[in-house]
Design a binder for this molecule. Sequence first.
Ligand code: NAI
Ligand code: MG
Length: 356
Amino acid sequence: MNKIITVLPGDGIGPEVIKAAQKVLDTVAEKFSHQFTYLNAKIGGVAIDEEGTPLPQETIDLCKKSDGVLLGAVGGPKWDTLPGHMRPERGLLGIRKALELYANLRPVTAHKSLLDASTLKKEVIEGVDLMIVRELTGGLYFGQPQERRQENDGESVVDTLYYKNYEIERIIRQAFELARLRRKKVTSVDKANVLESSRVWREIAIAVHADYPDVELEHMLVDNAAMQLIRDPKQFDVVVTENMFGDILSDEASMLTGSLGMLPSASINGNGPGLYEPIHGSAPDIAGKNLANPLATILSVAMLLRYSFLMQEEADAVETAVSKVLEAGYRTGDIAEKGQPVLSTEEMTEKVIEHI
Ligand code: NAI
Ligand code: MG
């Protein structure tokens, strides 16, 4: 197959991990007889420096033209003093919005050989394999009004949790579709004992479930879900939830595996190009030193192959290669234990490629 991929290296370690990811993609292309064409575009600090804006129109146009987008990371101390609307992070929010990426997928997998990296007990996290599906373009973070007010009896403030019912339906549908590719269980997380929006969320989840009788559906209140994620994370397969709930729960869940340098993510919308990126930032402290762990970005490549290109075998090959490399004891600095030799970004990438 011939696919066009827009690459947005961004700032800090972004270009280093993106280079690693492209090498992996080249290997997959060769091995499985595909052709991947890369379009390079700017986002974040590098775009501010060269184009005067964190998200040039050309970048949006290229992304829209492509079959998938791969992003490194944005930001760094150099741009920290800029006003909010000019900051590198604006580029990220802007591209998610421009591509209408309403579903944020964060898989959390506890790699066998990295169990000691977590702050949680081995027996709690061993075998964890869950996916948080966070609604990304609506809910509390986007609802209007969102403002400070001057009222007769004093100052006040309002945020709004607003959803069109179709927005709830499409994210829940996405969760059921993903569950079908996995262990066939969806946990819909809400706060239906308090919020009207959650009661509607629950009604829609039940209605959509009728189309997926082969998948189990359970409802869980968000405070309980936060507790259960730590108490017994293995009970979860696919977790679907509102924007802010998902923001909090996905950060919590990411710590089950211990290392930021290991976790990929995907933001998709069902038909247009998806955006794939590691969850870590630009790590200015190690940028340019060939020290970054490329695995989060390489695992994001696996997600790109799986969810945007529907190349299951290819995605499996990349994920299996990463597992094998870890099992063989290869480590970058962030995941190495005392005494283990430390590989550079490029060396780690070579090891993955050898195992594909
Ligand atoms: P960070 O994720 O960049 O770094 C946190 C710590 O983890 C650092 O010690 C870093 O060296 C380490 N680390 C991160 N990724 C690693 C990797 N692949 N391999 C080895 N070690 C790794 O978060 P921080 O320091 O809070 O933010 C730095 C900059 O990144 C800021 O400008 C922030 O705004 C931006 N940022 C960007 C994100 C994005 O583009 N999606 C997400 C989070 C932060
Ligand atoms: Mg967050």
